[in-house]
Each structure stands twice: as C-alpha cells, then as structure tokens.
Write a protein that binds this ligand. Structure first.
Ligand code: SF4
Ligand code: SF4
Length: 95
C-alpha cells in the first residue's frame, strides 16, 4: 500500500490555544507555541514533520481553523526488468 504523507495549515490568529488538537494527534506533531497571537493566545504549531493527514486535529478543533492536506507517496517505478533468465543469477538492488 502506498504511504500517505500529510500536512496541515493552521489559522494561528484564530487559535485559542485549547490544545485539543495536540491531544488528538497520534503522531505528537503539534505543540503550543511560546509566542502569542494578536488576541493574546498561545497558538498551536507543527513541531514534527510526521503528519499522516489523519484529520483528527481538524475534527476536534472547536474553531474549525485547521486544514489538512494529503499526498500519496507511490512506490518507485521499476528501473529494470529482467527477462529470459536461464540459470541462477544474483541481483543486488541499491536504494
Ligand atoms: S492530521 Fe493527524 S497526524 Fe496530522 S497533525 Fe493532525 S492529528 Fe496529527
Ligand atoms: S484545537 Fe483549534 S483552537 Fe484549540 S489549540 Fe488546536 S488549533 Fe487552536
């Protein structure tokens, strides 16, 4: 199965710093920033590049300010095809 890489975008100016999204993230990708937004709230930031795009954070955010993106990482296309093998051979694949 192809791996899925996710990413999120947060409207930090509307964040209230409730941390529900951080608690719901199975990847521990989110943390409260030490900085504050213009309304005086510490806001959530992504601290790890390991998001899977599961959407948990967006679903629990009471402000509805998280957008989730997903990208499928397909396996590499084959670089060679071996045919007409008539006896044992050794093939080494380097990645
Ligand atoms: S989409 Fe899932 S993995 Fe990505 S930050 Fe949100 S809760 Fe975490
Ligand atoms: S759930 Fe929403 S409002 Fe709460 S900290 Fe996360 S982004 Fe901010």
């Amino acid at each position: 199965m192809a791996k899925v890489k996710g990413d999120i975008w947060i409207d930090i100016e509307k964040c209230k710093g409730c941390e529900l999204c951080a608690a719901a993230c199975p990847q521990d990708s989110l943390e409260l920033s030490r900085k504050i937004n213009s309304k005086g709230y510490h806001f959530i930031v992504k601290v790890e590049d390991n998001c899977t795009g599961c959407t948990n954070c967006a679903l629990v955010c009471p402000e509805g300010i998280i957008k989730v993106y997903r990208k499928t990482l397909d396996k590499k296309d084959p670089v060679a095809t071996i045919t007409n093998v008539t006896k044992d051979i050794t093939v080494t694949v380097t990645t």
